[in-house]
Design a protein. Sequence first.
Length: 398
Amino acid sequence: MQTGYLDHLRTVLADIEAQGLMKRERQITSPQGGQVTVAGAGGQRQMVNLCANNYLGLADHPAIADAAATALEQYGFGMASVRFICGTLDLHRELETAIARYLGKDDAILFAACFDANGALFETLLSEDDAIISDSLNHASIIDGVRLSKAKRYRFQTSDMDDLETQLKQAVADNARFRLIVTDGVFSMDGYIAKLPEIRALADKYGAIIAVDDCHATGHLGPEGRGTGALTGAEPDIITGTFGKTLGGAMGGFITGPQAVIDLLRQRARPYLFSNALAPAVTAGSLRAIEIARGADDLRQKLTDNTRTFRQRMGELGFDLLPGETPIIPVMLGEATLAQNLAAALDRRGVYVAGFFFPVVPKGKARIRTQMSAALSAADIDFAIGAFAEAGKEVGIL
Ligand SMILES: *Cc1c(COP(=O)(O)O)cnc(C)c1O
């Protein structure tokens, strides 16, 4: 390797460490759940988990594991092919049909991850004659996907409808042939819900298509868990989503929408054409997860109850929370080191949280993003709140 290159990388790493921005991964030795077993220097410990995207607690659901095990037996481990060569199973088409029906669209197409779905969407569907108008807080995969496309790019301040209108007018003035507005359905770092009815009204006024990334909504938000469109009554034209969060939490992404959109993606989307088909077990498990999520009003109620309790009691303790109703509850701390210190103080008390700081959130907006789950019992929530009260005093913010 060229002289000095690894030294250069070590300098970059030392800088990350010096700024208090180093991310360290803890190792879990149990299934994902409301409580997890975590390996550490002193052996294994049981911890209450407040940072999984396991909103309905389906990640270790026995019926989903059974469906996956049955598929493993019937179809084997992997496909060793992309979809269009010899990688399409009957199961893949069943999953595509199921997600499209669930979300009320014509058809759907699977990807290895929603990161890939967002990487596929814009480049395939839009050309240099077109315009993409993107919310400033959109997920990294949307930002990267937009970069891959040749379309003209416009950015509006997050959820600022005046700015969205300004950008739409500009796109019209610039003679963009087609205009596509893209937004997260629920913003992953803040937990805010996109203003879809207002976005719909502006889209109709200026003739634009709406694409929503509903990764933090599909399965748990809205009637039957059908996401932000169903919750707000303003349906997006195209939805991208994941099987890696509420819907079983394994992996895989999708795009669902009008038939022509899906048909063209199947012909042209590079992350689809040049990447392996979803494993049979993951496909079958996700299929079962949709069925379970759709009927899981009881789990959705538990998630809502946990969310309300946690928000209320953390607010009463004096923590600075971003307001909202979603199970993403950010505890705002400001500096990265404070977020790290509070996370460490919680860790010592058996609560598993993650500090989020630059580059995941803006500088000076470090936070602990807590996430509620139907897998958390009332006792788990009590335990976590008690730990926050003590840890907050220890780091000097309460
Ligand atoms: C998690 C997430 C993704 C990525 O999904 P994967 O399937 O894990 O790649 C994309 N967009 C948003 C908004 C997300 O929250």
